[in-house]
Design a protein around this ligand. Structure first.
Ligand code: ADP
Ligand code: MG
Length: 233
């Protein structure tokens, strides 16, 4: 019990630290973007330079998006509303967001979602969960490979499966998932899955990793179906 308490205190601290770091990064970005905006409107720069300023502004916006979506742990006072969420809608929006990220390494995201998959969850956290898992799948994938995302209704549950043909993991590596700061990436934070596991647990869901070194990984996420139940269908 004591250990659990300690762990949850530690997680809270990590969350606060992360939020603080994200905040500190946002301020300089705002300053740089402000200058770029000024340059963009300054006629002493030619059009070719101005279009590059636009690109730079876009990239900064992407950085901001990444910060909010990958690093912000749900704040206690933030939007905690539960909604009946359409899994198809969210998956389409998430894969849309990750499209340009996938294109960088010529990866594809294929989604196959059954109609009428609803779960009761906070939409922002659900998005955060899916973005983290799909992003990991993309990062594990070699150039040109696809990541598949399948969502089905299975009795009273909605099952979402994210499969990559990437590097895969050993049993010991799978066991380490979700440990704060565990990352094998040179630019990783090792916070993504910790956040994901927290979200899944918070909404009474389940998450499983099935991985084989050198072959790839399937992540299965399961939530109680909102409209499901023995009295429906
Ligand atoms: P980060 O992505 O910042 O490294 P995560 O918590 O998201 O942090 O992931 C932790 C580690 O788990 C990754 O560094 C990677 O080694 C491993 N991992 C997660 N998902 C996959 C996957 N689909 N395939 C292979 N390794 C993975
Ligand atoms: Mg990650």
């Amino acid at each position: 019990y004591y250990e659990q308490l300690q762990q949850s205190e530690r997680l809270k601290m990590v969350g606060q630290l992360t939020a603080a770091v994200a905040h500190e990064i946002r301020n300089p970005i705002t300053v740089v973007r402000g200058f770029l905006q000024l340059f963009k409107e300054d006629d002493s720069f030619d059009d070719s330079k101005k279009s590059k300023f636009n690109l730079m502004i876009d990239e900064l916006n992407t950085v901001e998006q990444i910060i909010s979506q990958f690093l912000t742990l749900s704040k206690p006072n933030g939007d905690q509303r539960l909604e009946k969420v359409d899994v198809k809608d969210v998956l389409q929006s998430v894969t849309g967001l990750l499209h340009s990220y996938a294109m960088l390494s010529d990866n594809q995201i294929d989604i196959k979602v059954e109609e009428d998959c609803f779960i009761s969850i906070n939409k922002i956290e659900f998005k955060q969960l899916l973005i983290n898992i799909i992003k990991n799948a993309l990062e594990a994938s070699d150039v040109g490979k696809s990541v598949s995302v399948i969502a089905n209704r299975n009795n009273n549950f909605i099952e979402i499966m994210i499969t990559d043909e990437g590097s895969g993991m050993s049993e010991a590596e799978v066991k380490s998932l979700g440990t704060p700061f565990y990352s094998l990436k040179s630019n990783g934070t090792g916070l993504g899955l910790m956040i994901c596991f927290n979200i899944v647990e918070k909404y009474g869901g389940e998450i499983y990793y099935n991985s084989s070194k050198g072959k790839g990984t399937t992540v299965t996420i399961r939530f109680l179906s909102e409209s499901g139940g023995i009295y429906n269908d």
